[in-house]
Design a protein around this ligand. Structure first.
Ligand code: FE2
Length: 449
């Protein structure tokens, strides 16, 4: 009985941490999308927030400062908020600070707007960071036994790795039984993980873009049947400062560009059929089994046709190609898989690659095509959650041209080179910054014959 009481006291004391009862800035400031003349800044405020504003100025010229207020619901328990600053000059560094209840908390930072290179100079070289699967431990609510979350100092390493932005590939946090059964739980988990102190320097160091996969959407492998999917979307919208979030109030897919690369950020959950639905019926692909849904697939195809980018990176929470994986992949949804592959073949879209997460290992999968350039699926995982060992049919996967298992890691992707000779290099980096391997492809290798 006494033990039970101590246990209860422990649980109570843990649940009072985080946004509840906290004063001042709970998480952030975090940089969201930064463009030529705009920058999004995100933060989560504590319960005492009455007014929150960002004061910003051109670096070295504080006399030129302007202020923009965040709008938020002061009565809400969780107070994530974001503001878009406009009227900025391109290729210019700004400094900012947060005014919290009219007091300067000295918790600002700096950001640099994009350069206007179009029609003026060659596409700039740049690097970005990427990764998936981040489990933040919270023992009273986690599974018993060895903590699932590994060494979170990987985020401190990433914060020091100078890059144009960080692209989160899903499972960016893990909702658990205590989280995904209620709306409050969904907000709680996002807030809890976002406020992890080790994460803060990365959030501030560079713009953050994200998609989701099952665990930050809801329960394991969950899709369209999730009864809290609208809450999941609202939480995602409030915790990421992406360019946009789906269309017509549904989904979270979006697109952004950096230099001569377009990124198509897909939503593999909102429209996803149950994984157990048969992929084939009477020997034919099951037309009812979809992962992206009709509208999003149409959007993707049209957007690929519109794009003139050297590299067109299709970003998805779970793998797309891996022909031998017994796990999650678009290929398990043959109607959509065939539709997308047929489209890429017929339309001869150049420069397409897939960038995916979820697997708890990293690899590059290559699938040859008969009349076209090969397709690559670059998987980067995990940042902090449990690691996976290549086994079963994937032990010596013949489609794998690069593999890295049993290691926490992130990707540092660099795009460089003269016009017509651009190169896309993926460096896999360990917790302390150690080089774990590299793979690259050139634009010439991704051209239709
Ligand atoms: Fe996942």
């Amino acid at each position: 009985m006494k033990k039970w009481l101590i246990g209860l006291a422990l649980v109570c004391s843990v649940t009072t941490v985080d946004a509840q009862g906290k004063k001042g800035i709970v998480a952030g400031p975090m940089m969201g999308q930064v463009e030529l003349r705009t920058a999004k800044i995100w933060l989560e405020a504590g319960e005492d927030a009455k007014t929150v504003a960002v004061k910003y100025w051109k670096k070295g010229n504080p006399a030129s400062a302007n202020t923009r207020s965040f709008s938020f619901d002061a009565m809400a328990e969780f107070k994530p908020m974001q503001v878009e600053i406009g009227g900025l000059d391109f290729n210019t560094t700004y400094e900012y600070t947060i005014l919290y209840n009219n007091k300067d908390l000295k918790q600002g930072g700096e950001f640099t707007t994009k350069d206007l290179w179009q029609w003026r100079k060659p596409a700039p070289d740049f690097s970005f960071l990427t990764g998936s699967c981040n489990y933040v431990n919270e023992p009273p609510f986690d599974r018993p036994g060895k903590p699932y979350g590994g060494d979170s100092s990987i985020f401190a390493t990433m914060a020091k790795d100078k890059a144009a932005f960080m692209l989160w590939l899903g499972d960016n946090w893990y909702t658990r039984e205590v989280d995904y059964a209620s709306e409050w739980g969904m907000w709680y988990r996002a807030s809890h993980d976002r406020s992890a102190p080790i994460m803060q320097s990365l959030l501030k160091a560079m713009p953050q873009f994200a998609i989701w996969d099952d665990h930050d959407y809801g329960p394991n492998d969950m899709g369209t049947t999730f009864h809290l999917r609208e809450t999941a979307r609202e939480v995602f919208k409030q915790y990421w400062a992406n360019p946009s979030y789906g269309y017509d109030g549904k989904g979270i897919y979006t697109k952004f560009s950096y230099s001569d690369v377009d990124f198509f950020l897909l939503d593999d959950r909102t429209w996803r059929s149950e994984d157990r639905m048969p992929s084939n019926i009477y020997g034919q692909p099951n037309p009812e089994k979809r992962m992206l849904g009709v509208e999003q697939m149409n959007w993707l195809k049209q957007s690929l046709l519109y794009s003139n980018a050297t590299f067109k990176v299709i970003v998805v929470g779970s793998q797309v190609l891996n022909p031998v994986s017994p796990f999650d992949k678009l290929a398990n949804f043959p109607v959509e898989y065939n539709e997308l592959m047929g489209f890429l073949e017929d339309q001869k879209v150049n420069g397409v690659m897939f960038l995916t997460g979820d697997r708890h290992h990293s690899e590059v999968i290559k699938v040859d095509r008969t009349n076209n350039y090969p397709l690559y699926d670059i998987t980067v995982s995990p940042l902090t959650s449990g690691t996976h060992k290549f086994g079963g049919p994937e032990k010596d996967n013949p489609y794998r041209v690069f593999g890295l298992d049993q290691k926490q890691n992130y990707g540092r992707i660099s795009v460089s080179g003269a016009r017509g000779e651009r190169k896309f290099t993926v460096a896999f980096v360990g917790v302390g910054g150690e080089a774990l391997g590299e793979w690259s492809v050139s634009e010439k290798e991704l051209k239709s014959r």
